[in-house]
Design a protein around this ligand. Structure first.
Ligand code: GCV
Length: 709
């Protein structure tokens, strides 16, 4: 459990108090094998703390089995893995489940579980140990209500098979990017100053946090694979195995980011050409050794031909050639390759209006649809640019029915306040997952990630799942800003079940983190946290780049405002503001033609400045400052209004947080307070720079005469 290991480490979700409902009861854990040990240990610790009792029933122990006639009277909670020698109470619960589900539909799968209340006993049923563990954490979430007499039968299976956290962690401290690229929570949990950490206690704790929200895989190194990190595949493989050993008990598999040029840099070969026989043999043998060392290894992640990383283009080969090479090596072991679609020209000439970075992923990958092996997963950032506060959904997601796609989110708040600003991303991710590329009523982004889709009609294949760039580091509060923990939690929950309401997910996180019984005024605390967090992503959007145009951040570190910071750079991230208007013309009619990458109806809605949703207007159109939004406001007045309002909301948030001093751990309160002070300052800086910039460009005064510099 996440008992603070030292006075400096602060609990995340799952403090021991969250286990009171379980730990104060009589619990039976039933099932053979080592996979059940984790459940047993969790329950054992809870009972030791809260006065309950736990017993293990292991089917081979016939003597114990014969004493189970009275089991329903002896236990309050039974966690039972399917075996051929079920306990009587379990048999009864399975019968209840069959009646509820219908004959033949009671299989729970690798990770699913059911919760059945039979008589006075709550029974968690699972087919596999991972399911039992997820069932246990579900009971923790439910607390006392799991033991209510009329609790209905619940059946849970994850929507996504793969729910992965990518770490952008380096082994060596990178001279520019540091130990963790885009990390805002201290150093890496795994690596320190060029080596695996000696004390990996927190890695086990981290695995537990991940399992409790539903994440089932991690990568342990940055997608930008530098020289030292490349060796994780070969000479440093033991380090990866050590991490895998620590996370395995929580049902978590380890994946590795690899460098496409490894045959050259590690194997001393003259080429990494994917069609060369020797190169294939190198990957085959290297991968065989990986599985010899880590039998449940998950697979590779590759960033190729992107921002300086090597790739198949160097040999005149396609990305399908590149991805299939690695997929072929992984296939015999059941591994997958996550091949990133984040490929674009980062050496663009800003004068060249014909190149549009937003088009790049589609232009590169859509023509390759159908050419990837089954165990290739194309990992697509949710938007066409780069994790901005507001972007449309990437058109790649609707363009590749013959390819497994994973959608990538970013919990590390690179562009959303860097864990100095409170920004709960659950609502944003939920909105993206619900987006229906083929129109309302058709398949959604979540459907595509879960099981693939052909033109909006479900094709029940294995989807690629969801990926999140982790926001965790060795910071005592795990995520720098203690409230940023909620983003990782929400990712896991939404990947398990995309239809969940993100505000309800936040409520879960609040209950599991600031356990109501451990505070004197849980209602005030809950209300305040909701006021501070529910709308925080939209508040952030209000005071930063307007109407979907994106960027306007300080180049390099990406924190704080710099409206023209990227305007004349090679990165392809422009807003084109002049004295008359602002925005990027991505229409087919007069712009870059990007709108044509979407299927109907969005290709037409985005094409028309009248029908384009306000919040994305400047992403798709260059319009005059006087352009009337659907909201009734002009673009320029909208900019002023939202920036004044956003900065003011942060001031209110800061005030609200003062109310709960005394209701949370003083260290947590102090850290959040310190971050809110910075957020107030930064939001005002954003407000003033953006408003002043557009006032000076346009010469249009604020209708309300507020102070613009
Ligand atoms: C890991 C953005 C970030 C980079 C990151 C890249 C990626 O460009 O700024 O730090 O590199 O995305 O997703 O590969």
């Amino acid at each position: 459990m996440i008992t603070p290991r030292s006075a400096d480490i602060h609990a995340a979700w799952l403090p021991s108090e969250a286990f009171r409902a379980i730990g104060s009861r009589r619990v039976l854990v039933s099932g053979p094998g080592t996979g059940v040990e984790t459940v047993l240990r969790e329950v054992g610790q809870a009972c030791a703390q809260h006065g309950g009792s736990v017993r293990r029933h292991s089917p081979p122990l016939v003597a114990e089995r014969s004493s189970e006639g009275a089991d329903s009277a002896s236990y309050d909670l039974v966690l039972a893995l399917a075996t051929d020698r079920a306990l009587p109470v379990e048999t009864a619960a399975r019968a209840d489940l069959r009646r509820h589900q219908g004959e033949g539909t009671d299989t729970l799968g690798e990770e699913g579980f059911a919760l059945v209340r039979h008589g006075d006993v709550t029974i968690v049923l699972a087919d596999q140990p991972a399911g039992l563990l997820y069932g246990l954490f579900h009971v923790v979430r439910l607390g006392e209500s799991a033991f209510g007499p009329a609790h209905p039968i619940e059946v849970h299976r994850p929507a996504m098979r793969l729910r992965i956290a990518n770490h952008w962690d380096n082994i060596d401290v990178h001279p520019v990017m540091g130990q963790v690229e885009r990390g805002y929570a201290g150093g890496s949990l795994f690596w320190r100053d060029g080596a695996l950490r000696h004390d990996l206690t927190r890695v086990g704790d981290y695995a537990r946090l991940l399992a409790a929200c539903g994440i089932n895989a991690i990568t342990v190194n940055n997608v930008n694979v530098h020289v030292t990190e490349a060796h994780l595949l070969t000479t440093r493989l033991g380090d990866v195995a050590a991490i895998a050993d620590l996370v395995r008990p929580y049902g978590i598999r380890v994946h590795l980011s690899v460098n496409f040029a490894s045959p050259v840099t590690l194997g001393g070969m003259p080429t990494a050409d994917p069609l060369e026989e020797d190169v294939r043999a190198w990957w085959t043998e290297t991968t065989r050794r990986v599985y010899e060392t880590i039998p449940d290894f998950g697979g590779y992640v590759v960033k190729a031909d992107s921002e300086g990383q090597p790739g198949p283009f160097a040999y005149g080969r396609s990305h399908a050639d590149g991805a299939n090479l690695l997929a072929e090596a992984l296939a015999p072991f059941g591994g997958v390759v996550h091949w990133r679609a984040f490929v674009y020209n980062h050496r663009q000439d800003w004068r060249d209006r014909s190149t549009d970075r937003a088009r790049a992923a589609y232009d590169h990958f859509a023509p390759l649809d159908g050419q990837f092996r089954d165990n290739v997963i194309l990992q697509v950032k949710h938007g066409p640019m780069d994790f901005q506060t507001r972007e449309p959904v990437s058109p790649v997601i609707a363009a590749m029915p013959g390819t497994r796609l994973a959608v990538e989110f970013q919990a590390t708040q690179e562009y959303t306040g860097q864990q100095r600003h409170v920004c709960y991303l659950g609502p944003w991710w939920s909105e993206l997952l619900h987006f229906a590329p083929w129109g309302v009523g058709r398949d959604t982004v979540a459907d595509v990630a879960a099981h693939g889709s052909a033109s909006g009609a479900v094709s029940a294949g294995p989807g690629g799942g969801l990926v999140v760039v982790s926001n965790v580091g060795d910071d005592p509060f795990w995520t720098g800003h203690p409230l940023a923990q909620a983003n990782l939690y929400a990712f896991g929950r939404l990947a398990w079940s995309p239809e969940l309401d993100p505000v309800a997910v936040l409520d879960e996180w609040i209950d599991l983190t600031f356990v109501p019984s451990a505070t004197t005024d849980p209602d005030l605390l809950r209300r305040t946290l909701h006021e501070v967090m529910d709308d925080s992503w939209q508040t952030y959007e209000r005071y930063t780049a307007p109407l979907g145009v994106g960027f306007m951040v300080r180049p390099g570190h990406h924190y704080g405002p710099d409206v023209d910071g990227y305007e004349y750079t090679p990165w392809g991230t422009y807003h084109f503001a002049d004295r008359d208007g602002v925005g990027v013309d991505r229409t087919r009619g007069s712009g870059t033609g990007f709108t044509g990458q979407y299927p109907s109806p969005w290709s037409d809605r985005y094409e028309s400045p009248r029908d384009c949703p306000d919040e994305l207007l400047l992403f798709f159109h260059h319009v005059p400052y006087g352009h009337l939004l659907q909201s009734g406001s002009t673009v320029i007045q909208h900019i002023y209004d939202t920036h004044f309002a956003g900065a003011e909301q942060v001031v209110q948030t800061r005030r609200r947080w003062e109310r709960v001093a005394g209701l949370v751990d003083p260290a947590v309160h102090a850290r959040v307070t310190e971050r809110l002070d910075e957020q107030v300052r930064s939001a005002q800086e954003w407000r003033d720079q953006v408003n002043t910039y557009f006032f000076r460009k346009s010469g249009v005064p604020d209708a309300h005469g507020r102070r613009i510099h």
